[in-house]
Design a protein around this ligand. Structure first.
Ligand SMILES: NC(=O)c1ccc[n+]([C@@H]2O[C@H](COP(=O)([O-])OP(=O)(O)OC[C@H]3O[C@@H](n4cnc5c(N)ncnc54)[C@H](O)[C@@H]3O)[C@@H](O)[C@H]2O)c1
Length: 259
């Protein structure tokens, strides 16, 4: 029970990775606040992972709205009287997301994804940092990606309709550096800031093409694409006091993909 008595907010808590982390937080004795823009999905996930709703709270939250984030923090504070950690994990994207070919670039779409994904993580972190500073302690963990650490292996996408767009690499590299910047800026406030950079997650509901999975597997050292649960150990560690002296770090969890 590494998260006993801790109140942890996870944005995008109703998604593929968010659901798994939320469940792991409860299993480790913590209380999870599922903060998601989709009330329908959020309440469904809450019912599945915590049927009695005694160890969780669902709040509707949009990581791109300052007013909404402030109200959400206030609501959580009224409910629990404290917030121990924020996990930045939401994944807002435009309709055109993933299709921004480098040679035929839609600049407006690129800017909108920067605003939603990178801007949203900065804004949410900033708003929670204000609360944490006042409280005297806090912990921020952001979901980055190997794409923010390494260049893509473009050859793995050949023959599929998948791509690795420059937007994503820049957004995730930005989140990595936001992490280091904030860790240093918030020195001596009781707040620490880290990130996790996962490799690809196998999506059971919408499986990636077989040829991609096989090429991806050859880049890895044991299993290839991971399950959302494969991230839980690292996340729980970063959220727990076991990592009290870990600050400003980007922990890569990728089954050796980057080697
Ligand atoms: N799936 C992967 O292979 C993978 C790999 C590495 C990193 N990641 C990162 O993990 C994070 C989660 O990814 P996922 O695959 O679980 O995504 P997902 O699409 O399954 O879930 C994202 C969740 O975010 C919510 N959301 C969307 N816009 C929002 C907003 N404005 N405010 C609040 N919530 C919002 C959605 O409703 C959804 O529940 C993302 O940062 C993603 O980049 C994913």
């Amino acid at each position: 029970m590494l998260l006993q008595n801790k109140v942890i907010v996870i944005t995008g808590g109703a998604g593929l990775i968010g659901r798994s982390i939320s469940q792991a937080i409860i299993q480790q004795g913590g209380t999870v606040v599922i903060a998601d823009i989709s009330e329908e999905l959020g309440l469904k996930v809450q019912t599945e992972i915590d049927p009695t709703r005694s160890r969780s709270l669902f709040v509707t939250m949009d990581i791109t709205s300052q007013a909404n984030i402030t109200q959400t923090i206030e609501k959580i504070h009224q409910h629990y009287g404290r917030i121990d950690a924020l996990v930045n994990n939401a994944y807002p994207r435009t309709k055109n997301w993933g299709k921004n070919n480098f040679y035929h670039f839609d600049f407006e779409d690129f800017c909108e994804n920067m605003r939603l994904q990178l801007g949203g993580y900065v804004l949410t972190s900033q708003q929670f940092a204000l609360y944490f500073k006042n409280q005297g302690f806090g912990n921020i963990v952001s979901m980055s990606s190997i794409m923010g650490v390494y260049a893509p292996k473009f050859e793995n996408y050949e023959g599929t309709d998948m791509d690795s767009v420059i937007d994503y690499s820049i957004i995730k590299a930005g989140i990595n550096h936001m992490t280091r910047w904030m860790a240093k800026y918030l020195a001596n406030t009781g707040i620490r800031v880290n990130a996790i950079a996962p490799g690809g997650i196998y999506n059971q509901a919408h499986p990636q093409p077989q040829s991609f999975l096989e090429k991806y597997r050859k880049c890895c050292t044991s299993k290839g694409m991971m399950n959302p649960d494969d991230l839980n150990g690292t996340l729980i560690y970063l959220l727990s006091d076991m990592s009290a002296c870990v600050n400003g770090q980007i922990l890569v969890v990728d089954d050796g993909w980057g080697l």
